[in-house]
Design a protein around this ligand. Structure first.
Ligand code: CTP
Ligand code: MG
Length: 185
């Protein structure tokens, strides 16, 4: 029971990161983050990473996090990202961290010569998780440790690792069918 609660809590608290990526797909268009600049003949990030997507995704993730914060204030027993400004900062790290990881993933894909939109197994699924964890580990290690590593809370991390690939796949197929994504991965 304790493990199940820790797993659910880990998933719940990670929601801003889960929302940021699909929100970037919906809001993304226009000027690419790398302004078209190339290194060694290949784009830094590519046309699939835009400023609008970066901002839209971050703001959407933060919106969900704020909603969760309100819920945690009203509904007893619902875990929260923290208190006050600290919670807002954690929510920002989750939202922006996901897109930061997504950018880093594209950066690595371009360096490996993989064109925009082409598959990179594992990297495509986990880049945003890694980006989020990296930012949290630098700027809010206590949140990361207490909800994803300490004692039974390792179940939170395991849940993220297990749930992410099927969730990523399902959301991308949905995005593709709705015509928001050019490829179903
Ligand atoms: N998107 C965006 N800005 C971001 C992230 C995503 O505009 N920061 C939008 C783009 O329209 C992108 C789509 O979301 O094409 C899907 O994102 P993703 O699958 O991450 O990008 P790909 O186009 O597949 O490019 P890459 O090969 O770099 O992953
Ligand atoms: Mg992609």
């Amino acid at each position: 029971m304790e493990w199940l609660l820790a797993a659910l809590e880990g998933f719940w608290l990670f929601l801003p990161a889960y929302v940021a990526n699909p929100a970037a797909v919906l809001t993304g268009h226009g000027t690419p983050v790398d302004f078209g600049i190339k290194i060694g003949g290949r784009r830094v990030f590519g046309d699939g990473k835009t400023w609008y997507g970066l901002f839209g995704g971050t703001i959407s993730g933060m919106f969900i996090g704020l909603l969760q914060l309100l819920i945690s204030l009203v509904v007893p027993g619902i875990p929260s990202h923290g208190a006050g400004i600290q919670a807002l900062f954690v929510i920002f790290l989750l939202s922006f961290g996901a897109l930061f990881g997504d950018l880093l993933g594209s950066f690595m894909k371009r360096r490996m010569g993989i064109e925009r939109g082409n598959k990179a197994p594992l990297l495509d699924q986990y880049d945003f998780v890694i980006g989020t964890i990296v930012l949290l580990s630098i700027f809010s290690p206590s949140f990361l440790y207490s909800h994803y590593f300490r004692g039974v809370h390792i179940a939170g991390l395991v849940t993220i690792i297990v749930v992410t690939p099927p969730l990523h796949r399902a959301v991308n197929i949905l995005g593709y069918k709705l015509g928001e994504k050019e490829v179903p991965w």
